[in-house]
Design a protein around this ligand. Structure first.
Ligand code: SF4
Length: 98
């Protein structure tokens, strides 16, 4: 009898690989605008958990590890995301079952 490998979502996402564009981030935020956002939905909806609030209250973001799902772009209603594009050619996520 064969065993079934049960993987969690983090396990599956961990199989992805990324070619991070260190020169040109495909997503950029304006922390000053984010500071005016009461709800900050990007924090809870990003499946890669790339948005955070630092102890000083500033919203932080790192494009490395982005899954390119576009969810943050949809939920951002204050205009804090000032740029959202797909990564330049050859950069970004490479899915491997995740
Ligand atoms: S596109 Fe998706 S994975 Fe990337 S930062 Fe936005 S919500 Fe997170």
């Amino acid at each position: 009898m064969s065993t079934v490998e049960r993987l969690t979502v983090p396990d599956l996402l961990g199989r992805n690989t990324y070619e991070v564009d260190e020169v040109e981030a495909h997503i950029a935020i304006d922390a000053a605008v984010c500071a005016t956002c009461a709800e900050k939905p990007c924090i809870s909806v990003c499946p890669a958990q790339l948005y955070a609030v630092a102890p000083d209250g500033v919203v932080t973001f790192d494009h490395a590890g982005c899954l390119e799902c576009g969810t943050c772009r949809i939920v951002c209603v204050t205009g804090g995301i000032v740029r959202w594009t797909y990564p330049r050619g050859s950069y970004g996520v490479r899915y491997r079952q995740g």
